[in-house]
Design a protein around this ligand. Structure first.
Ligand SMILES: *Cc1c(COP(=O)(O)O)cnc(C)c1O
Length: 433
């Protein structure tokens, strides 16, 4: 999976550059019907946007309002009794999200819990799985990483008395390359492995869109005796994973990007079964991680007895109004299935790449790996000429996407609610630039 072959053109006999191709791809798309399950920005004013920002905030599924209303009604009607007598009892609300969440990341149900938000979960996981010793205290991460991860990791190092300039290893692409080579990551782990306590990379890099070879990297880390965790903010709901089989120690993700559960939605957390069953593992505790049978004995049982599984890392009772949208959203993933979504995604993003290839490389350069297995749905495009002017053209063309200074746009056609025709229209805006 080296980026050497980055110049091979996309060849797919189904693709041509004319509009009729997009129309026919949409007509033959078995997942096209899911688009109607989402509110499309601008649609109510008759000015539908081309929404390619699902990597930042996914669109609202239409079922969300009913799920929230249900909880508002139960609160109004039952008050505190809704914890046990509600339509979806709040005491065990998180359990409604577990199986679907586990399917999305390739986990056993007991390995997944929805709780808190992403960065908070990273901290909680590091509290248990970053346990530095004199000889093994470093953390390895990828560069460029999302700033919140950098802050969280550096603050953990400082919290344990280390200087990030000595204890943090940021692995960077080779000179002249935009993405990391698996072989370089593995080599680095082999070289420094005995000093590395924790390998913590993004499954899909937020900036380049690169989908790392999680299995190979996890294996390399385990071989050196490191803990291996993953930030799946841009991977969950986007690519297929097998966290359990790959022997990943822990993983965290947010549910408001590809999983469409709304701003600040309850986040996801994976803890491998072998750790979940280890009730002696140190952790930052709270009553919701306690054995539920003993939870309400309160001051009569002041000793914390963790629940087995990922549930044992819960701290507080979950925000039900931030969990309800997730219930509606996961139901759509269960219907569509992540494997069918990934299949469409490969074609949808492949089609986008094909259309960009048709425009001069002096104007646009895709920095995301070309190999389909090394990326999710996002393409990150370097704009060589007048990036600000392009931004305006995209806005005028109704495209919602993301711009990173100084000259990278990130577009994420998602298989749940984007169409081939939207990709084609987006490419026309690029072509005119
Ligand atoms: C989106 C994102 C975050 C955001 O963190 P929150 O705690 O949800 O605010 C953190 N890390 C990565 C890699 C992200 O992509």
């Amino acid at each position: 999976m080296s980026p050497d072959s980055n110049n091979a053109p996309v060849t797919n006999p189904d693709f041509t550059i004319d509009e009729s191709c997009a129309i026919s791809l949409d007509q033959n798309d078995p997942l096209a019907k899911f688009r109607q399950q989402f509110y499309q920005p601008g649609e109510s004013k008759g000015d539908s946007k081309i929404y390619f920002a699902g990597n930042s905030l996914g669109l609202q599924p239409m079922g969300v309002r009913d799920e929230i209303s249900q909880e508002l009604d139960d609160w109004a009607e039952l008050g505190v009794d809704a914890h046990f007598d509600g339509h979806n009892p709040w005491f065990s609300y998180h359990e409604l999200l577990r199986d679907s969440g586990a399917r999305l990341v390739g986990a056993q149900p007991s390995e997944v819990v929805m709780m808190n938000s992403l960065t908070v979960n990273l901290h909680l996981m590091m509290a248990s799985f970053y346990r530095p010793t004199k000889s093994r205290f470093k953390i390895l991460m990828d560069y460029p990483a999302f700033p919140s991860d950098v802050y969280a990791i550096k603050s953990q190092l400082v919290h344990h008395g280390y200087n990030p300039s000595e204890a943090l290893i940021e692995i960077r692409p080779r000179d002249g390359e935009h993405t990391l080579r698996t072989e370089d990551i593995v080599k680095q782990i082999e070289r420094d492995g005995q000093q590395i306590s924790l390998v913590l990379l993004a499954g899909v890099n937020y900036f380049t869109g690169q989908f790392y070879d999680m299995q190979a990297i996890t294996q390399a880390g385990k071989k050196q005796g490191c803990m291996v965790g993953w930030d799946l903010a841009h991977a969950a709901g986007n690519v297929e994973m097998k966290l359990h089989d790959w022997d990943v120690d822990f993983a965290c993700w947010c549910n408001y990007k590809y999983i469409n559960s709304g701003p600040g939605a309850l986040a996801g957390c994976f803890v491998h079964e072998k750790h979940g069953n280890n009730l002696g593992l140190p952790r930052l505790a709270g009553w919701w991680g306690n054995d539920p049978k003993k939870r309400f004995q309160m001051h009569l049982l002041p000793e914390f007895t963790p629940q087995a599984g990922a549930d044992g890392w819960q701290i507080s009772n979950p925000p039900i109004f931030a969990a309800a949208p997730l219930k509606a959203s996961l139901a759509l993933f269960d219907q569509a299935t992540i494997s069918a979504l990934r299949k469409k995604s490969l074609t949808l993003t492949g089609y986008l790449q094909f259309l960009i290839d048709d425009i001069s490389p002096e104007r646009f350069e895709v920095i995301t790996p070309r190999q389909p297995e090394a990326r999710g749905c996002q393409l990150s495009i370097l704009v060589h000429r007048r990036p600000e002017a392009l931004l305006q053209s995209l806005k005028d063309g109704g495209v919602v996407c993301d711009f990173r200074q100084p000259n990278v746009i990130r577009v994420a056609p998602t298989p749940l609610y984007n169409s081939y025709h939207e990709v084609w229209r987006f490419a026309q805006v690029l072509k005119m630039h």
